[in-house]
Design a binder for this molecule. Structure first.
Ligand code: UTP
Length: 456
């Protein structure tokens, strides 16, 4: 036992909790490495571990009774629409809106080395996702004569690369004091027997705690406090991989304010029962939520109403508005924590000097689990073609290809709306967000008759 000197209590504790395997290589470690492993293991939260282990065996609990959630649709140009827009614009002009992109994911499906936000998506310009988001903020700031804070959530694995990328590019025009970059929490992964695993001799295998970790990270980083002190009331939340998103949508913001909602969500009609997107539901207690596609029983996913329309029609593209006060409330000490969801994934684990792939369990929180905590939550219908083109894969559905095509199609729609002629040779159009974030921003211009056109 001499070699365990100074670490006995910790080691005994881990053995008593069935996690003694983490010390199998103890005798091969140097004193410094033992100290590192000790530091790493000291932070293990055994109450959380017990929660994760029970999730591993039973799965997450769900409400079993729910109905399709009601949703609000507004026809462009109607009085109601214009009123909502005016209310939203006033809110933006008063400097009450911040933009929040969650960018801590691992982007495994895309297979891109580096933060997904650095991925070049502009078909003609080659602009990255981060640049497109940043330039939209710059444009909205100019339009409304106000500074709009940009919040970016990263994770341990991509924080330094994200900061480095933005730094190198002068934050794409966002003033330093309007930029808030902070990392989300990490959560240990487990093997299929509920045991902790290592990624190196001295580090546990962990994964980012899901986009649901964003609300806690906002609070624990101190950013939420700073925003509230700055007079921000509304946070416009979206995912880094959607270049089409209207990051500051005055109509949506207006509807959110007029309904006094704590959380508002955009909804899009599903393309069919099999589309892999969560659906908005309402629960018997009057609250709303999202049921993940994998949790929606097939029978309900296929149910239609009298017109043949899906009953659970409204899908969630993960675009929300949160009241700062709501986030503050639900992340306060003693407030309800969002639940973890479990997924079976391949983990690259370190065992006895060898790294190998092993089936294991990753745990994540989902941001939409905050919806049922809201006293008032609404769903606002949007047009998919105008604002949802996620980049999840290289090709096929929700891919680089489909996203670029949707961008070009939307930009052509703007040109037509403004009566700008599209010459016959033009196949691809890209419009810089600095020029326009909606059709009405476009100046009268003549397009060159060439295959790819970039308007800036
Ligand atoms: P996805 O669930 O699509 O995950 O994240 P992903 O990591 O981007 O891609 P895959 O599944 O590994 O291929 C949706 C959004 O949530 C963010 C992502 O960065 C993306 O904007 N996210 C996800 C986080 O910020 N943190 C997480 O822990 C998970």
């Amino acid at each position: 036992m001499e070699t365990f000197y100074g670490y006995d209590d910790l080691i005994k504790h881990f053995f008593s909790k069935g996690q003694g395997h983490l010390f199998q290589h103890w005798n091969t470690l140097s004193e410094d490495e033992r100290k590192s492993l000790f530091e790493e293991l000291k932070s293990v939260d055994f109450a959380l571990l017990t929660e994760l282990q029970s999730l591993a065996t039973s799965g997450h609990t769900m409400h079993d009774t729910f109905e399709p959630a009601p949703y609000i649709s507004l026809k462009a140009g109607t009085d109601e629409y214009l009123h909502a827009r005016a209310v939203g614009e006033e809110h933006i002009r008063k400097g009450k809106v911040a933009v929040f992109v969650v960018a801590g994911g691992q982007g495994s499906r895309l297979g891109y080395e580096g933060p997904k936000g650095c991925f070049s998506i502009g078909e003609v310009s080659g602009k990255s996702l981060f640049q497109i988001h940043a330039e939209k903020i710059v444009k909205y700031s100019r339009k409304y004569g106000v500074s709009i804070p940009w919040l970016i959530m990263t994770s341990e694995a991509n924080h330094a690369a994200t900061v480095g990328f933005l730094d190198k590019n002068a934050n794409f025009g966002i003033p330093r004091n309007d930029l808030f970059i902070f990392s989300q929490g990490m959560v240990p992964s487990l093997d299929l027997d509920g045991k902790l695993v290592l990624e190196s001799p001295t580090k546990l295998f962990k994964n980012p705690d899901g986009h649901g970790g964003s609300l806690t990270a906002l609070k624990s980083s101190g950013v939420l406090r700073k925003l509230i002190e700055r007079g921000i009331e509304t946070i416009s939340y979206f995912q880094v991989d959607n270049p089409l998103v209207k990051i500051v949508d005055p109509v949506f913001i207006g509807v959110h304010i007029l309904h006094k909602a704590e959380v508002s969500s955009k909804g899009i009609p599903k393309t069919g029962p099999g589309e892999k997107i969560g659906v908005f539901v309402s629960y018997p207690d009057g609250t709303m939520g999202v049921v993940e596609y994998s949790d929606l029983p097939e029978k309900q996913a296929n149910e239609t109403d009298g017109d043949g329309k899906l009953r659970f029609l409204m899908g969630s593209p993960a675009i929300h508005l949160f009241q700062c006060a709501f986030i503050d409330k639900i992340t306060s000490v003693g407030a309800i924590n969002l639940p973890f969801h479990v997924a079976r994934k391949k983990l690259k684990v370190w065992e006895q000097g060898i790294i190998s792939e092993k089936e294991g369990l990753k745990f994540e929180k989902f941001v939409f689990d905050s919806l049922p905590l809201a006293k008032k939550s609404i769903v606002f219908e949007m047009r998919r073609e105008e604002e949802f083109a996620p980049v999840k894969n290289l090709t096929g559905i929700d891919s680089v290809e489909s996203s670029r095509k949707m961008m070009s199609d939307l930009y052509k729609e703007w040109l037509r709306k403004k009566g700008i002629e599209i010459p016959p040779a033009v196949e691809v159009v890209e419009i810089s967000p600095l020029l326009a974030v909606e059709a009405d921003d476009l100046p009268a211009i003549a397009l060159p008759n060439q295959k790819k056109v970039y308007l800036a």
